[in-house]
Design a protein around this ligand. Structure first.
Ligand SMILES: [Mg+2]
Length: 283
């Protein structure tokens, strides 16, 4: 759909039946597990308008069931097919039948097993690193040695920290940096905004020229915004997470910016996008 002969698609096509929204969880749907306003009502309104809502996270630690349970606890029903994590993106870098030495929690172990990758205490085709509290010297040594011998080190994501009610804690990127230093192997990072996640989303949701009009919603320009850029879709920035209101966003294109997800959905469905164009920049 174009307007005024400008050749630029109108933004409201992303709020119409058949569209797909790829929505980040932390800082968009919840903060520390608490819903950010009436997110369940907002998702219901979107679905009522015929929009498909998918959730994407760089958190590789929880299992799919645990993530679906957390989504359920904020009042949103979702299915595994509409949930994508960096654990799955990391697993996609290995082939069924291969083996790997892993530092990570159950979500990553499940994703590798589902892919047909054998998880071994040491050795294998790659060292794989995700977030885990069970990080110690022996695990560091085993994964680093595997990465050095195989020449392959895979990280679920590179976030150096992650926010908690008690302040910032080390993120998967901090653990990955330790393994990269110990092994001397440059890591391949799987999660947002990197290529494995981009390809996984393209494949899962049939994105592309003939695919659905797709919008990425997130609170972090450097991950969510760059993911949108890689998918060549517009990015909707919400100020409810890492990015605070009034913060200047760098060079990442932002199509729409609102206080939070609830306001974003209301603006989209109330027709306030009708005159705007998908030029992927704030006007
Ligand atoms: Mg986030």
């Amino acid at each position: 759909m174009t307007a005024g002969g400008s050749g630029r698609p109108r933004l409201d096509r992303f709020a119409s039946a058949g569209a797909l929204w790829i929505v980040d969880l932390d800082g968009v749907i919840w903060l520390s597990g608490e819903p950010i306003g009436d997110v369940s009502g907002a998702v219901a309104d979107l679905r009522g308008a015929g929009v498909t809502v998918a959730f994407v996270t760089n958190n590789s630690a929880p299992t799919t069931d645990e993530l679906l349970d957390r989504i359920d606890r904020v009042g949103i029903r979702a299915s595994a097919e509409h949930l994508v994590s960096s654990a799955e993106a990391a697993a996609s870098l290995l082939q069924p039948g291969e083996s790997a030495c892993v530092l990570g929690d159950q979500g990553l172990l499940d994703a590798l097993t589902a892919r047909g990758v054998e998880v071994r205490p040491r050795g294998g085709a790659a060292g794989v690193v995700g977030w885990s509290r069970s990080f110690d010297f022996d695990r560091l040594a085993a994964v680093a040695t595997t990465a050095r011998h195989s020449g392959i080190l895979i990280g679920t994501n590179e976030d150096p920290t992650h926010p908690t009610p008690g302040g910032l804690l080390p993120g998967a990127g901090s653990l990955l940096a330790a393994v990269a230093t110990a092994s001397g192997v440059e890591p391949r990072v799987a999660g947002k905004p990197h290529r494995p996640m981009v390809e996984l989303l393209r494949h899962r949701f049939h994105l592309g020229p003939d695919g659905p009009p797709t919008l990425v919603v997130g609170d972090q320009p450097e991950t969510d915004g760059r993911l949108a850029d890689a998918l060549t879709t517009p990015f909707a920035l919400v100020d409810s997470g890492v990015t605070r209101p009034g913060t200047v966003v760098g060079d990442v294109p932002v199509a729409v910016r609102t206080a939070d997800f609830v306001h974003l959905v209301a603006d989209a469905l109330d027709g306030r996008w009708a005159a705007r164009h998908d030029d992927r920049q704030l006007s």
